[in-house]
Design a binder for this molecule. Structure first.
Ligand code: HEC
Length: 164
């Protein structure tokens, strides 16, 4: 009798084990959580909008542009700051590319308006690239001239496309 119940116990334990294995297998197979998120696809979706770019990148005080400005207004006193200023200028130029794919709230309703917007974005990007190159000389005066050229592009675009 005892052997019988021991066997039954073993069989039962065996089934329980198999059931557990099956449950884990199903859980793994149906878990499409973090692993299934296609990073490539997600990365191609634009995340930042125009006002994100304006506040985080372009803002004259707390954007990357403002940081470069105050660095140069202090005549590049922090000698190690030039390289960081260039990284920031590169991202300002990249913001021109980002803006290119957006539609502004004003002045781009037809093909001609949209072409104008894209031209402003391209000019801004090029001014950002020029700023990056100017910063490579580590001369505050030269950098300040390039900063003024970027600021002129801010105004030119706002004149045509900013609503507020
Ligand atoms: C290619 C066009 C373009 C360029 C270049 C540009 N802006 Fe703008 N900016 C806009 C538009 C369009 C808006 C309005 C966005 C909206 O309200 O939807 C705007 C809005 C802003 C705002 C208000 C953001 C808010 O939160 O409402 C600030 C600040 C700003 N820009 C600063 C700048 C500065 C500084 C520069 C240059 C370093 C610059 N922008 C360059 C198009 C541009």
């Amino acid at each position: 009798m005892r052997t019988m119940s021991t066997r039954l116990g073993l069989v039962f334990a065996g089934f329980a084990f198999l059931a557990l294995v099956a449950a884990v297998a199903v859980a793994i197979a149906t878990d499409t959580g973090p692993v299934a998120v296609a990073e490539g696809e997600a990365a191609e979706e634009p995340v930042a909008g125009i006002t994100n770019v304006m506040n985080a990148v372009n803002h004259e005080e707390h954007g990357l542009f403002g940081m470069i400005k105050s660095f140069c207004d202090a005549d590049g006193a922090d000698k190690d700051g030039w390289a960081l200023a260039r990284h920031r200028a590169q991202m300002i130029a990249e913001a021109g590319n980002t803006l290119m794919g957006k539609s502004p709230p004003r002045g781009a309703d037809d093909a001609a308006g949209l072409a104008k917007w894209k031209q402003h974005c391209a000019n801004f990007r090029d001014a950002g690239k020029d700023l990056s190159k100017a910063l490579a000389f580590k001369k505050a005066d030269r950098a300040k001239a390039a900063i003024a050229a970027v600021a002129a592009q801010c105004e030119a675009c706002h004149k045509d496309h900013r609503s507020n």
